[in-house]
Ligand binder design. Sequence first.
Ligand SMILES: [Zn+2]
Ligand SMILES: [Zn+2]
Length: 237
Amino acid sequence: MTINKYPIKWNRDNYSIKIFCSIPNIATGILITADNNYFVVDPGDGILRDLNIEIGTKKILSISDLFITHGHHDHVGGVWALLTYMRVMNKKTSLSIYYPKGCVEIESIYHAFQKVYGKTLPYKINLKEIDNTKTIKSKGVTIHPFPVIHKEYLHDGKTTRQVPALGYKFTFNKLKICYGGDTAYCEELVKMAKGSDLAIIEAGHEDATPDGMHMSISEAKSIGKSAKEYFLVHVPE
Ligand SMILES: [Zn+2]
Ligand SMILES: [Zn+2]
């Protein structure tokens, strides 16, 4: 078990994941590399800076898929910058954006982006709403989305509502990486993390009282231990 300083990297047989950061209410940013293919997961604020340092312009333009777990700003804050950079640098290949059905943040960013730049966009954006657990295949990677339980506060600071939220399990050459996104303790995540080569589990809850939003460190550990290796992320700093 590790609560590391960021970035955190895991690498096995041409399959790697780098978590640039994962801090609740601030930013997340994750890069998955499978052979020479690049996926970005939860592009929060700072993702463009981190990708530029890590892989540079040419490889940023070759990114084929974005995976969004949910619409909170610490998970989508870098989407606009990334889409715009790809336009300015003349990306030619298409980009798919996977997101949970009902995630208004991604749809709003996409529509605003199309409104501003749609006529001068050199690449195609495929918006892929996910409303089931069917597997997705891209570039030799199999992606299995699964529902998780995540909430947010309304204006009164007391009432909560559930937000559309997913975790994803990425399998490449039989190696499995399970990322739960933001979630309270949930059976879907327990099931998906079990036996994974790597589980990335959020431990965003500050004390032991469950609130339906995040997991405590002990809950997160109990799930992480069922995988071969695990990282705890999204721990408040
Ligand atoms: Zn978050
Ligand atoms: Zn969240």
